[in-house]
Design a protein around this ligand. Structure first.
Ligand code: HPA
Length: 278
């Protein structure tokens, strides 16, 4: 698909934002992306309103069954938030620019901070399924980048510096909140690649050798987009299964979603605790 110009992107953003504002007069400061099996993380949010993705001009529509498709606006721990209930994956066939679009819409709505969550395979042998990992850094293993194409220098830099993409202050907050909540919080590097197949033993070995602790099919494009537009970022991974090259087991989608759902209440409390202190 041809790359969009920024003139086109701005036009599309204006139309999407006008549609949302028609129903919701609300300026969220924090955006939250809910990953696989994590849709009910929103339970603790005092809801103000929702907007279905299918009603927003130019918004991609989620094709994965385990992902709902709406923006949910509300208050969490006294902060105004917008949640993406359902995200867009490269393996679904979206372009990187399409995956970037909702992140840019949230910025236009007022977002200053992005909190990302995902489900991923653990490669650090100290991890166990059901662990939560604080994302300290990432590796972009996608064959693309949402910033490829023309750049709008007023929106973000042509060559964004990737210094402290995951905000250090927020990481400190997350560790303190985890301690208070008696939660074992792992930390590590997330590597994002296309999927949709999981990795072979040889690939897990390679990715581990590259310095990654968890591997998944999302997050990196959204984080690059958010960083480009100067958002502060906090990210969490739920380790749903282990990808240990020398100890491979079959892994089903049911296992992944089951573990994500079981871990969800812990992640919900952790995110709420972090939001409170932001
Ligand atoms: N690999 C990639 N993505 C994943 C995995 C995995 O092992 N588990 C959950 N999402």
């Amino acid at each position: 698909m041809a790359l969009l110009t920024w003139q086109e992107i701005h036009q599309m953003l204006d139309e999407a934002v006008a549609r949302i504002r028609k129903d919701i007069d609300f300026e969220p400061e924090i955006g939250i992306i809910l990953g696989t099996g994590l849709g009910s993380l929103v339970d603790g949010i005092e809801m103000v309103g929702t907007v279905g993705y299918e009603t927003i001009p130019h918004f991609p529509v989620s094709t994965v069954e385990s992902h709902a498709g709406r923006l949910l606006f509300g208050n969490l721990e006294g902060k105004k938030v917008v949640c993406m209930q359902g995200r867009f994956h490269y393996y679904e066939g979206y372009t990187m620019q399409q995956i970037a679009f909702p992140i840019r819409v949230m910025k236009k709505l007022g977002m200053k901070t992005l909190i990302v969550s995902n489900a991923a395979g653990g490669m650090n042998p100290n991890f166990k399924p059901g662990d939560i990992m604080l994302i300290k850094d990432h590796i972009n293993f996608f064959p693309g980048n949402p910033l490829i194409g023309p750049n709008d220098n007023d929106w973000g830099d042509r060559f964004p510096d990737m210094y402290e993409v995951y905000n250090k202050g927020y990481q400190q907050i997350a560790k303190e909140v985890a301690l208070e909540q008696n939660l074992r919080l792992q930390e590590g590097v997330y590597v994002g690649l296309t999927g949709p197949c999981l990795e072979t033993a040889a690939e897990y070995r390679m990715l581990r050798g590259f310095g990654a602790d968890a591997v998944g099919m999302s997050t990196v494009p959204e984080v690059i987009t958010a960083h480009h537009q100067h958002n502060k970022i906090l990210g969490f991974t739920i380790v749903t299964d282990m990808g240990l090259a020398d100890n491979m087991h079959p892994c089903s989608l049911e296992d992944v979603i089951g573990t994500a759902s079981k871990t969800e209440p812990k992640l919900r409390d952790l995110i709420a605790g972090c939001v409170k202190r932001m």
